[in-house]
Design a protein around this ligand. Sequence first.
Ligand code: ADP
Ligand code: MG
Length: 621
Amino acid sequence: MADIIKLLPDHVANQIAAGEVVQRPASVVKELLENAIDAGATLIKLIVKEGGKNLIQVVDNGVGMSNTDARLSFERHATSKIQKAEDLFNLNTNGFRGEALASIAAIAHVELQTKTETDEIGTSIKIEGSKIISQEPTVTPKGTSMVVKNLFFNIPARRNFLKSNQVELRHITDEFHRVAMAHPKIAFHFYNNGSELFNLPQDNFRKRIVHIFGSKTNQKLVPIAEETPVVKIWGFVNKPEFAKKSRGEQFFFVNNRFIKSPYLHHAVVSAFDGLIKSDTYPGYFIYMDVDPATIDINIHPTKTEVKFDDEHTLYAILRSTVKHSLGQFNVVPEIDFEEDPNLKTPYSYKDKEVVMPQVTVDSGFNPFADTATKKTGTGASNAKSYTKTNTKGWENLYEGLGDSAVKQNDFSSVQFESETITGSIFESEESNEQSAASTIQLRRKYIITSIKSGMVVIDQSRAHQRVLYEKFLKNITVKQAVSQQLLFPLTLSFSNNDIQIIEEIKDSLVNIGFVFSKIEKESIEITGLPILVAESEVSMILEQLISDCQMDVTGDSFSQTDLLSKTLAKSLSVKTGEILDETSQLALVNDLFACKESQLSPFNKPTYITITENDIDKKFI
Ligand code: ADP
Ligand code: MG
């Protein structure tokens, strides 16, 4: 048989390598920023257009490259950072594989301009799909400018796979954050489509974090610090009360490199044991310096995973460091700040006689005299005290929505899925001995009501989610929501990044009743809210929306509407554990069966089950 194995031509090999290194515009941004840092830059500019699909430019004031180096830098395995394999274990640079520029040049149009301190004249090189188009001398300041245009121009499948500009920009911003947080001594500018997103001056670590995540971050941070022969740790964890339902601001840096480590994440989370709810995550910004000989960075092409020699020790040290700082933080307020003057004993009391405190007991008190389940008006008022957000009573939530269907559901027209049923599914009032009291609440979780064939058990929270979900979906698309004017405008601060997301979803928010009077760099001002949203909940709801949008990678408008409606429905629905009075129970039942898809919650869980008389009869045999 003839020989069949051939060496791949360089440009094909580069394209294949590019598949590993460059997944999306953000990967290019990461590689170019890292090169600029390795070149010793003190000022780095990042410029992107159209989510980086059409343009990514990184300009630095680093050491630059000679004419020969400039040409060589695009060759595969061409690097100035290591010379022999052992150097891998003494790395002080971000890059070392020498394949980023070769990979990027294989799948994009690249223009490099660079000059060293000592050279009189600089070099300009143009490359398209690994082919050198031109190389000529040029006048340019010391440093390097790398322009990457039309990413994946020669791999349409990859280009089509890219998400919307907004989603790609978000990925770029994430990479930018990580690099900028690791290098506060370097000033960064970041422009998107001609407008400035970030202008970060040289700073210390704390100020850099605050600059990136917004001024309200400052009050959340608790410093951590520890130095052992194995590792030096410093940075910040967020105070427990700022733990979020979603993962987000969690960063590890090892030797100035952002890394992901589920194992070390666990160490931090476990240090918060007992301080935060089990379904929330603490935010943290943790920097670690270890001997480069004790880690292997070369286990992943994007270099975000690292292998530590002694991970267990690191885990233990990290956990106790965080625990220690949280402990310190927890005692401080008691000793020092925010003393409640009401609890202080006035100095003039020092000579007063001590009197034993008296306890008075109401001997006629009967805890069963007035219970929440009582079928009178008092029951309803008790219920309200449990449903803390719905002080007006659940059924009043619909006031002003202009949706008459809510109050006048004609159940005779609702078709119920059960073979034995014809016509009306609910017993008409006359034939029902219990008359109007046709619903009961079970264990603050289920609403039970009778139907002709037996009974239906409704999950109150899921049912309300379904009702709200359809309402919001309708409001967003039909744009007919009513808002409540606020007496005083509400100002909320957010990080620059969060504001970007709010801008993205603003139209939908307006459609459901939010009124924004100002959206600025780090804050928004709200003058109107959807009827269902209480002022005290706005901040929590917007944060949930932002984090859900961040998770959502599709970024198209249908899924955005759907996502918003789901998040709002989930946040605002009646929860398990809340007592509903009878009117509310009935309204919920009516609303549920007026829904288009009453059987499932927006998250595809069943909202109710039916138990037929037959089923019950069988149990008694
Ligand atoms: P690596 O960073 O792994 O060495 P790259 O392909 O990213 O590989 O870069 C190749 C080489 O090009 C680098 O080793 C460096 O010498 C040079 N280089 C790249 N970017 C810059 C820059 N912004 N300034 C100076 N030199 C650079
Ligand atoms: Mg590099």
